[in-house]
Write a protein that binds this ligand. Structure first.
Ligand code: GLU
Length: 501
């Protein structure tokens, strides 16, 4: 048997370090066993999936050197590797499940489901589908389908007993069927859900080991049931602990930069990021701290992975990155990295037109450009607040953060529209809105043109600077309280409609 693992990112946002973490361990496992790792794009959520996100995920994993053997970009024997191109395969599987009595159509309306849910919560029961449509006769189903009533397909869950399976990391896991909902496997739009699509693909793509995040452990019984209904043997499962913020909550962009692009833009080097990701879940038998994928793969034993949620600590990553610059690279390599990163004519050439007006001598250039090379600029809360109310500044920063999250395109025009929109909605002049942003982004109340600079800075550094500014305000006791934030979020939802596009 050839070992085959996979990573299956959903292209719904910036490339996440959690995806890189999964890729690293899937690769180490596949390499250790002379196997292959494939990359599959799980884009069944059509409303949230974008090609930009897919491209960004692929290129950031490549930057890290976490390469795959088969995927949407390089093809392979078991393609296509994008789920939206495999709909017929899922339809066939769903039909098979219906015929075998493992799946059934459900016509319940959102209102009815809400009602059921409300009652279950009132009765202190776990909210789940009550099986209403299981009682429909063949004729009723046909009639409803012919009348064009919208429907989903659900998985029929056993009414008693439990599902027992072996997790490569945790040993035997047992979950009662009573805890499992009648999972929707095909939505009203005809698209399959993750659960159905991923198991069908894992089977057809001959995946032998599913190594994924622990948030899927409770879904595994559904997956095993799907395999059974389709008459297929399930693969082995290993659920890895999720990366955590320093406060132990699940790593989230609200508390930590989670985009791989942030680390690239902030001047980390890929080898150090990969080493750090490896070190968070795994210790080499000789306890060495500095290692690469190859060294990790040689001795890789999934059973040696730690089960505690590893804390993603940027300070530790910085320390490791520094060691790489000093111990692993020659000075000339560091220089080359520096040039490739931002000290190159292309990047500096984009800054120059913004700075030209303000130059008297060449030596004026670098101080002006510095904030575009920095990770986080230095400034005080007083500078940030200026003549405004601290709380108003905090609100504006938070709104900008939310608005930036919705941005699909990151360029000067969209950024300019974003700030115009904030000014309009808040009934302020643009020049009342912008001062705090100048400081948050550049560390100075006077700097290069803001929108052009932000376009060059990129979304990840920009968002991190907003978050840093908000944290500074909170640390100074003038930020948004929990209650204030909730209120602001409510107002924001009402006042700020759609994304700018
Ligand atoms: N598309 C899923 C995700 O992005 C993949 C989970 C899995 O590996 O099965 O989380």
């Amino acid at each position: 048997m050839t070992v085959r693992t996979r990573i299956a990112p959903s292209p719904t946002g910036a490339p996440h370090v959690g995806t890189a973490y999964m890729a690293l361990f899937n690769l180490a496992f596949a390499r250790k066993h002379q196997g292959q790792m494939i990359l599959r794009i799980e884009d069944t959520d059509q409303s949230r999936s974008t090609k930009e996100s897919e491209d960004a995920i692929l290129s950031s994993l490549k930057w890290l050197g976490l390469d795959w053997d088969e995927g949407p970009d390089c093809g392979g024997e078991f393609g296509p590797y994008r789920q939206s191109e495999r709909l017929e395969i899922y339809k066939e599987a769903i039909q098979k499940l219906v015929d075998a009595g493992y799946a059934y159509p459900c016509f319940c309306t959102a209102e009815r489901l809400n009602e059921v849910r409300k009652k279950q919560i009132e009765n202190k029961q776990t909210p789940r589908y009550d099986g209403h449509c299981l009682n429909l006769s063949k004729e009723e189903i046909e009639q409803k389908m012919q009348a064009g009533e919208p429907f989903v397909y659900r998985l029929k869950i056993p009414t008693e007993g439990s599902c027992v399976f072996e997790d490569e990391l945790r040993g035997e896991v047992s979950i009662d069927w009573s805890q499992i909902d009648h999972q929707i496997i095909q939505k009203t739009d005809g698209f399959p859900t993750y659960h159905l699509a991923s198991i069908v693909d894992d089977h057809h793509m001959k995946i032998t080991h599913v190594i994924r995040g622990e948030e899927w452990i409770n879904s595994t019984p559904k997956h095993i049931l799907l395999y059974e209904g389709l008459g297929w043997a399930p693969p082995s499962f290993a659920h890895l602990p999720l990366l955590r913020n320093p406060d132990k909550s699940k790593l989230s962009k609200r508390k930590n930069p989670t985009s791989i692009d942030y680390y690239k833009d902030a001047g980390f080097i890929p080898e150090a990021v990969v080493n750090y990701l490896g070190m968070m879940g795994y210790t080499l038998p000789d306890q060495r701290e500095i290692f690469d994928l190859e060294e990790m793969s040689e001795s890789f034993d999934i059973k040696r992975m730690s089960l505690g949620g590893p804390i993603f600590d940027i300070a530790k990553l910085k320390w490791l990155n520094g060691r790489y610059l000093r111990e692993k690279l020659e000075p000339k390599d560091v220089l080359n990295r520096l040039i490739k990163w931002k000290a190159n004519p292309e990047f500096l050439g984009k800054i120059l037109p913004l700075a030209l007006q303000r130059l008297e001598t060449l030596s004026d250039f670098f101080p002006l450009a510095q904030f575009l090379l920095d990770d986080i600029p230095n400034y005080t809360t007083d500078q940030l607040v200026g003549k405004q109310e601290a709380l108003e500044v905090a609100k504006l920063l938070k709104i900008a953060e939310w608005e930036m999250e919705k941005m699909l395109n990151w360029d000067r025009n969209y950024l300019s529209q974003l700030f115009q929109k904030i000014a309009e909605v808040e009934e302020l002049k643009l020049k009342q809105v912008l001062p705090a942003f100048f400081v948050a982004f550049s560390g100075n109340s006077i700097s290069l043109p803001l929108f052009d600079s932000l376009a060059l800075l990129g979304p990840d550094l920009a968002r991190t600077r907003l978050r840093t500014a908000l944290e500074k305000l909170s640390a100074a006791g003038s930020g948004l309280s929990k209650k204030g934030l909730k209120k602001l979020e409510k107002e924001y939802m009402q006042k700020y409609g759609n994304r700018i596009d």
